[in-house]
Design a protein around this ligand. Structure first.
Ligand code: ATP
Length: 344
Protein backbone atom coordinates (compact mmCIF):
# COMPACT_ATOMS: atom_id res chain seq x y z
CA UNK A 1 0.00 0.00 0.00
CA UNK A 2 1.27 3.46 -0.90
CA UNK A 3 1.08 5.91 1.99
CA UNK A 4 0.96 9.67 1.84
CA UNK A 5 0.97 11.79 4.99
CA UNK A 6 0.84 15.56 4.89
CA UNK A 7 0.96 18.26 7.55
CA UNK A 8 0.31 15.84 10.38
CA UNK A 9 0.02 17.41 13.83
CA UNK A 10 -0.96 16.06 17.21
CA UNK A 11 -1.40 17.98 20.43
CA UNK A 12 -2.21 16.54 23.81
CA UNK A 13 -3.61 19.58 25.64
CA UNK A 14 -0.89 22.23 25.44
CA UNK A 15 1.73 19.72 24.41
CA UNK A 16 2.53 19.59 20.72
CA UNK A 17 3.73 15.98 20.30
CA UNK A 18 3.82 15.76 16.47
CA UNK A 19 4.66 18.83 14.40
CA UNK A 20 3.86 19.22 10.75
CA UNK A 21 5.08 15.80 9.65
CA UNK A 22 4.82 14.92 5.93
CA UNK A 23 6.15 11.87 4.10
CA UNK A 24 5.27 9.25 1.57
CA UNK A 25 6.07 5.55 1.60
CA UNK A 26 6.34 3.29 -1.43
CA UNK A 27 4.43 0.06 -1.53
CA UNK A 28 6.40 -2.86 -0.07
CA UNK A 29 8.99 -0.73 1.73
CA UNK A 30 10.08 -1.34 5.29
CA UNK A 31 10.40 1.94 7.18
CA UNK A 32 12.04 2.47 10.56
CA UNK A 33 10.79 5.35 12.71
CA UNK A 34 13.85 6.14 14.77
CA UNK A 35 14.47 8.73 17.45
CA UNK A 36 14.86 9.41 21.15
CA UNK A 37 12.18 8.56 23.68
CA UNK A 38 9.23 10.96 23.72
CA UNK A 39 9.93 12.24 20.21
CA UNK A 40 6.52 11.30 18.81
CA UNK A 41 7.19 8.00 17.01
CA UNK A 42 4.41 6.04 18.69
CA UNK A 43 1.98 8.93 18.24
CA UNK A 44 2.64 8.90 14.48
CA UNK A 45 2.15 5.13 14.36
CA UNK A 46 -1.07 5.36 16.36
CA UNK A 47 -2.45 8.01 14.03
CA UNK A 48 -1.68 5.83 11.02
CA UNK A 49 -3.46 2.99 12.80
CA UNK A 50 -6.51 5.09 13.64
CA UNK A 51 -5.98 4.67 17.38
CA UNK A 52 -5.34 8.39 17.77
CA UNK A 53 -7.02 11.27 15.89
CA UNK A 54 -4.72 13.83 14.27
CA UNK A 55 -5.16 17.44 15.40
CA UNK A 56 -4.65 18.34 11.76
CA UNK A 57 -3.22 16.87 8.55
CA UNK A 58 -4.12 14.14 6.12
CA UNK A 59 -3.41 10.43 6.05
CA UNK A 60 -3.93 8.88 2.63
CA UNK A 61 -3.69 5.14 1.96
CA UNK A 62 -3.62 4.11 -1.65
CA UNK A 63 -5.12 7.42 -2.83
CA UNK A 64 -7.89 7.42 -0.23
CA UNK A 65 -8.04 9.72 2.81
CA UNK A 66 -8.48 7.49 5.84
CA UNK A 67 -8.55 10.07 8.67
CA UNK A 68 -12.14 9.16 9.51
CA UNK A 69 -11.88 5.40 9.08
CA UNK A 70 -11.86 3.29 12.25
CA UNK A 71 -8.77 1.06 12.77
CA UNK A 72 -10.49 -2.16 11.69
CA UNK A 73 -11.33 -0.66 8.30
CA UNK A 74 -7.83 0.52 7.48
CA UNK A 75 -6.37 -2.85 6.45
CA UNK A 76 -3.66 -2.78 9.09
CA UNK A 77 -1.85 -5.46 11.09
CA UNK A 78 -0.10 -4.67 14.39
CA UNK A 79 2.76 -6.13 16.34
CA UNK A 80 3.51 -4.66 19.75
CA UNK A 81 6.47 -4.89 22.06
CA UNK A 82 4.71 -6.91 24.73
CA UNK A 83 3.38 -9.62 22.35
CA UNK A 84 -0.23 -8.93 23.34
CA UNK A 85 -1.08 -12.53 22.54
CA UNK A 86 -4.22 -14.02 24.03
CA UNK A 87 -2.86 -16.02 26.94
CA UNK A 88 -5.73 -18.48 27.10
CA UNK A 89 -5.53 -19.32 23.39
CA UNK A 90 -3.22 -21.69 21.55
CA UNK A 91 -0.90 -20.54 18.79
CA UNK A 92 -3.46 -21.80 16.30
CA UNK A 93 -6.30 -19.83 17.86
CA UNK A 94 -4.20 -16.71 18.22
CA UNK A 95 -3.34 -16.76 14.53
CA UNK A 96 -6.93 -17.63 13.61
CA UNK A 97 -8.38 -14.80 15.69
CA UNK A 98 -8.56 -12.07 13.03
CA UNK A 99 -9.89 -14.53 10.47
CA UNK A 100 -12.75 -15.62 12.75
CA UNK A 101 -13.73 -11.98 13.24
CA UNK A 102 -13.77 -11.57 9.50
CA UNK A 103 -16.02 -14.61 9.27
CA UNK A 104 -13.77 -16.76 7.12
CA UNK A 105 -14.96 -20.34 6.75
CA UNK A 106 -13.42 -23.07 8.90
CA UNK A 107 -11.44 -24.55 6.05
CA UNK A 108 -10.21 -21.15 4.88
CA UNK A 109 -9.07 -20.45 8.43
CA UNK A 110 -7.28 -23.78 8.68
CA UNK A 111 -5.45 -23.25 5.40
CA UNK A 112 -4.41 -19.70 6.19
CA UNK A 113 -3.29 -20.50 9.75
CA UNK A 114 -1.21 -23.45 8.59
CA UNK A 115 0.32 -21.35 5.84
CA UNK A 116 1.38 -18.72 8.36
CA UNK A 117 2.52 -21.21 10.96
CA UNK A 118 4.79 -22.65 8.31
CA UNK A 119 5.93 -19.26 7.03
CA UNK A 120 6.90 -18.16 10.54
CA UNK A 121 8.65 -21.42 11.44
CA UNK A 122 6.11 -22.40 14.08
CA UNK A 123 5.05 -25.72 12.63
CA UNK A 124 4.56 -28.23 15.44
CA UNK A 125 3.79 -25.47 17.95
CA UNK A 126 0.17 -24.87 16.90
CA UNK A 127 -1.26 -26.37 20.09
CA UNK A 128 1.02 -24.65 22.54
CA UNK A 129 -0.07 -21.75 24.71
CA UNK A 130 1.94 -18.51 24.85
CA UNK A 131 3.50 -19.40 28.21
CA UNK A 132 4.96 -22.55 26.61
CA UNK A 133 6.93 -20.51 24.07
CA UNK A 134 10.12 -18.47 24.17
CA UNK A 135 10.01 -14.70 23.75
CA UNK A 136 11.19 -14.95 20.17
CA UNK A 137 8.59 -17.58 19.31
CA UNK A 138 5.86 -15.50 20.89
CA UNK A 139 6.86 -12.57 18.77
CA UNK A 140 6.68 -14.75 15.67
CA UNK A 141 3.15 -15.76 16.67
CA UNK A 142 2.29 -12.08 17.03
CA UNK A 143 3.65 -11.54 13.54
CA UNK A 144 1.69 -14.49 12.10
CA UNK A 145 -1.47 -13.27 13.79
CA UNK A 146 -1.01 -9.76 12.40
CA UNK A 147 -0.48 -11.06 8.87
CA UNK A 148 -3.30 -13.61 8.86
CA UNK A 149 -6.10 -11.32 7.60
CA UNK A 150 -3.80 -10.14 4.78
CA UNK A 151 -3.40 -6.51 5.86
CA UNK A 152 -2.05 -3.92 3.44
CA UNK A 153 0.13 -2.27 6.05
CA UNK A 154 1.99 -3.72 9.00
CA UNK A 155 2.76 -1.50 12.00
CA UNK A 156 5.30 -2.68 14.56
CA UNK A 157 5.90 -0.77 17.79
CA UNK A 158 9.30 -1.63 19.28
CA UNK A 159 8.76 -5.26 18.26
CA UNK A 160 12.05 -6.54 19.68
CA UNK A 161 12.41 -4.37 22.75
CA UNK A 162 11.41 -7.06 25.24
CA UNK A 163 13.67 -9.75 23.76
CA UNK A 164 17.22 -10.48 24.84
CA UNK A 165 20.13 -9.38 22.66
CA UNK A 166 21.03 -12.59 20.86
CA UNK A 167 17.49 -13.60 19.91
CA UNK A 168 16.75 -9.99 19.00
CA UNK A 169 19.51 -10.12 16.44
CA UNK A 170 18.08 -13.30 14.91
CA UNK A 171 14.58 -11.91 14.88
CA UNK A 172 15.64 -8.76 13.08
CA UNK A 173 17.11 -10.73 10.20
CA UNK A 174 14.14 -13.02 10.23
CA UNK A 175 11.67 -10.14 10.17
CA UNK A 176 13.40 -8.44 7.29
CA UNK A 177 13.35 -11.62 5.20
CA UNK A 178 9.77 -12.32 6.11
CA UNK A 179 8.56 -8.86 5.19
CA UNK A 180 10.42 -9.01 1.90
CA UNK A 181 8.87 -12.36 1.16
CA UNK A 182 5.34 -11.21 1.97
CA UNK A 183 5.96 -7.88 0.21
CA UNK A 184 3.90 -5.87 2.69
CA UNK A 185 4.47 -2.16 3.39
CA UNK A 186 5.69 -2.02 6.99
CA UNK A 187 6.60 0.63 9.53
CA UNK A 188 8.39 -0.14 12.76
CA UNK A 189 9.21 2.09 15.70
CA UNK A 190 12.57 1.77 17.38
CA UNK A 191 14.96 3.86 19.40
CA UNK A 192 17.85 1.56 18.52
CA UNK A 193 19.89 2.96 15.63
CA UNK A 194 21.62 -0.35 14.86
CA UNK A 195 18.26 -2.00 14.52
CA UNK A 196 16.97 0.68 12.15
CA UNK A 197 20.15 0.68 10.07
CA UNK A 198 20.18 -3.07 9.77
CA UNK A 199 16.52 -3.71 9.05
CA UNK A 200 14.95 -0.70 7.34
CA UNK A 201 14.87 0.19 3.64
CA UNK A 202 14.38 3.76 4.76
CA UNK A 203 14.70 5.48 8.09
CA UNK A 204 12.70 8.43 9.34
CA UNK A 205 14.43 10.30 12.14
CA UNK A 206 11.87 11.77 14.53
CA UNK A 207 12.90 14.27 17.17
CA UNK A 208 10.75 16.59 19.29
CA UNK A 209 7.74 15.86 17.13
CA UNK A 210 9.47 16.72 13.87
CA UNK A 211 10.64 14.59 10.99
CA UNK A 212 14.30 15.55 10.79
CA UNK A 213 15.24 13.40 7.83
CA UNK A 214 14.01 10.50 5.73
CA UNK A 215 16.28 8.36 3.60
CA UNK A 216 18.09 5.07 3.23
CA UNK A 217 20.30 4.14 6.20
CA UNK A 218 23.36 4.82 4.11
CA UNK A 219 22.08 8.23 2.95
CA UNK A 220 21.31 9.28 6.47
CA UNK A 221 24.68 8.16 7.74
CA UNK A 222 26.61 9.70 4.88
CA UNK A 223 24.66 12.94 4.41
CA UNK A 224 22.96 13.99 7.62
CA UNK A 225 20.92 17.12 7.02
CA UNK A 226 20.77 18.34 10.58
CA UNK A 227 23.13 18.34 13.47
CA UNK A 228 20.72 16.23 15.43
CA UNK A 229 20.76 13.51 12.78
CA UNK A 230 24.55 13.56 12.55
CA UNK A 231 24.97 13.15 16.28
CA UNK A 232 22.15 10.62 16.69
CA UNK A 233 23.35 8.25 13.95
CA UNK A 234 26.89 6.97 14.32
CA UNK A 235 29.62 8.37 16.53
CA UNK A 236 30.99 11.86 16.32
CA UNK A 237 32.73 14.62 18.22
CA UNK A 238 31.49 18.22 18.15
CA UNK A 239 34.22 20.74 17.41
CA UNK A 240 33.26 24.34 18.18
CA UNK A 241 36.03 26.04 16.24
CA UNK A 242 36.96 23.79 13.38
CA UNK A 243 38.66 26.68 11.52
CA UNK A 244 41.64 26.16 13.83
CA UNK A 245 42.28 22.75 12.26
CA UNK A 246 44.55 22.51 9.24
CA UNK A 247 42.62 22.41 5.99
CA UNK A 248 39.49 23.91 7.54
CA UNK A 249 40.58 27.54 7.80
CA UNK A 250 37.79 28.75 5.55
CA UNK A 251 35.24 27.65 8.17
CA UNK A 252 36.16 30.88 9.99
CA UNK A 253 33.91 32.60 7.44
CA UNK A 254 30.96 30.74 8.90
CA UNK A 255 30.65 32.11 12.42
CA UNK A 256 28.42 30.16 14.75
CA UNK A 257 28.60 27.03 12.64
CA UNK A 258 29.39 23.82 14.48
CA UNK A 259 31.37 20.95 13.09
CA UNK A 260 30.93 17.25 13.70
CA UNK A 261 33.74 14.85 13.05
CA UNK A 262 33.20 11.12 12.77
CA UNK A 263 35.87 8.60 13.80
CA UNK A 264 36.44 7.59 10.17
CA UNK A 265 37.15 11.21 9.21
CA UNK A 266 40.39 11.11 11.19
CA UNK A 267 43.70 9.28 11.06
CA UNK A 268 46.09 9.14 13.98
CA UNK A 269 49.60 7.81 13.91
CA UNK A 270 53.31 8.27 14.31
CA UNK A 271 54.88 10.96 12.09
CA UNK A 272 56.31 8.34 9.69
CA UNK A 273 52.79 7.19 8.82
CA UNK A 274 51.96 10.44 7.03
CA UNK A 275 53.26 11.43 3.64
CA UNK A 276 52.33 15.08 3.95
CA UNK A 277 53.06 16.07 7.51
CA UNK A 278 52.28 19.72 6.90
CA UNK A 279 48.60 18.78 6.56
CA UNK A 280 48.52 17.14 9.97
CA UNK A 281 48.02 18.45 13.49
CA UNK A 282 50.05 17.82 16.57
CA UNK A 283 48.11 15.52 18.90
CA UNK A 284 48.55 13.67 22.16
CA UNK A 285 47.03 10.28 22.90
CA UNK A 286 44.63 10.39 25.81
CA UNK A 287 43.20 6.87 25.94
CA UNK A 288 43.43 3.70 23.93
CA UNK A 289 40.64 1.12 24.29
CA UNK A 290 40.73 -2.38 22.87
CA UNK A 291 37.49 -3.05 20.96
CA UNK A 292 38.05 -6.62 19.77
CA UNK A 293 38.68 -5.95 16.09
CA UNK A 294 40.43 -2.58 16.45
CA UNK A 295 41.62 0.06 18.87
CA UNK A 296 39.52 3.05 19.78
CA UNK A 297 41.80 5.99 20.28
CA UNK A 298 41.05 9.28 22.01
CA UNK A 299 43.44 11.97 20.93
CA UNK A 300 43.76 15.56 22.09
CA UNK A 301 44.24 18.18 19.42
CA UNK A 302 44.43 21.67 20.89
CA UNK A 303 41.54 21.76 23.31
CA UNK A 304 39.36 19.11 21.68
CA UNK A 305 39.34 15.37 22.15
CA UNK A 306 38.70 13.48 18.93
CA UNK A 307 37.79 9.82 18.68
CA UNK A 308 39.02 7.47 15.99
CA UNK A 309 39.77 3.81 15.30
CA UNK A 310 43.07 2.22 14.56
CA UNK A 311 43.78 -1.12 12.99
CA UNK A 312 45.36 -3.80 15.20
CA UNK A 313 48.11 -4.36 12.62
CA UNK A 314 49.53 -0.88 13.05
CA UNK A 315 52.10 0.01 15.66
CA UNK A 316 50.54 0.32 19.09
CA UNK A 317 49.87 3.77 20.52
CA UNK A 318 49.96 4.58 24.22
CA UNK A 319 48.47 7.31 26.37
CA UNK A 320 50.84 10.26 26.39
CA UNK A 321 52.33 9.54 22.93
CA UNK A 322 52.89 12.57 20.76
CA UNK A 323 51.28 11.79 17.40
CA UNK A 324 50.16 13.38 14.15
CA UNK A 325 46.47 13.70 13.38
CA UNK A 326 45.00 14.08 9.91
CA UNK A 327 41.42 15.33 9.74
CA UNK A 328 39.98 14.49 6.33
CA UNK A 329 36.46 15.82 6.66
CA UNK A 330 33.96 17.55 8.89
CA UNK A 331 30.22 18.06 8.77
CA UNK A 332 29.38 21.72 9.20
CA UNK A 333 26.01 22.91 10.48
CA UNK A 334 24.41 26.26 11.00
CA UNK A 335 20.73 27.04 11.63
CA UNK A 336 19.47 26.12 8.20
CA UNK A 337 22.15 24.24 6.28
CA UNK A 338 24.59 21.43 6.51
CA UNK A 339 27.62 20.85 4.37
CA UNK A 340 30.62 18.61 4.23
CA UNK A 341 34.02 20.23 4.31
CA UNK A 342 37.10 18.42 3.06
CA UNK A 343 40.73 18.86 3.97
CA UNK A 344 42.44 19.04 0.57
P1 ATP B 1 8.88 6.35 23.25
O1 ATP B 1 10.01 5.77 22.48
O2 ATP B 1 9.25 6.72 24.65
O3 ATP B 1 7.59 5.56 23.16
P2 ATP B 1 7.90 8.12 21.24
O4 ATP B 1 8.86 8.77 20.33
O5 ATP B 1 7.14 6.96 20.72
O6 ATP B 1 8.59 7.78 22.58
P3 ATP B 1 5.33 9.21 21.87
O7 ATP B 1 4.97 8.01 22.68
O8 ATP B 1 4.68 9.41 20.57
O9 ATP B 1 6.91 9.27 21.67
O10 ATP B 1 5.10 10.49 22.78
C1 ATP B 1 5.42 11.80 22.37
C2 ATP B 1 5.06 12.74 23.47
O11 ATP B 1 3.64 12.84 23.59
C3 ATP B 1 5.57 12.31 24.83
O12 ATP B 1 6.07 13.44 25.51
C4 ATP B 1 4.36 11.75 25.51
O13 ATP B 1 4.42 11.96 26.90
C5 ATP B 1 3.22 12.57 24.90
N1 ATP B 1 1.99 11.79 24.85
C6 ATP B 1 1.79 10.66 24.16
N2 ATP B 1 0.52 10.20 24.32
C7 ATP B 1 -0.09 11.08 25.15
C8 ATP B 1 -1.42 11.19 25.70
N3 ATP B 1 -2.38 10.30 25.41
N4 ATP B 1 -1.67 12.23 26.52
C9 ATP B 1 -0.73 13.16 26.79
N5 ATP B 1 0.53 13.12 26.31
C10 ATP B 1 0.85 12.10 25.50
Amino acid sequence: MHIEVSGLNKSFGDFHAVRDVSFSIEKGHLIGLLGPSGGGKTSILRMLAGLETPSSGDIVFHGKRVNDLPPQERGIGFVFQNYALFKHMTVYDNVAFGLKIKKFSKSQIRDRVMELVELTGLKGFEHRYPHQLSGGQRQRVAFARALAPEPQLLLLDEPFAAIDAKIRQELRTWLKEMIERVGITSIFVTHDQDEAIEVADEIMIINKGRLEQKGSPWDIYKSPQTQFVASFIGESTIVEDVSKLKGFEEAAGWPGAQALIRPEFIEVGNPSEFRLQSATEQGKIKHVHFRGSEWMVEVEVGNVTLITYRSLEKEMLHPGDEVRVLVHRAYMFNQSDSWMMENR
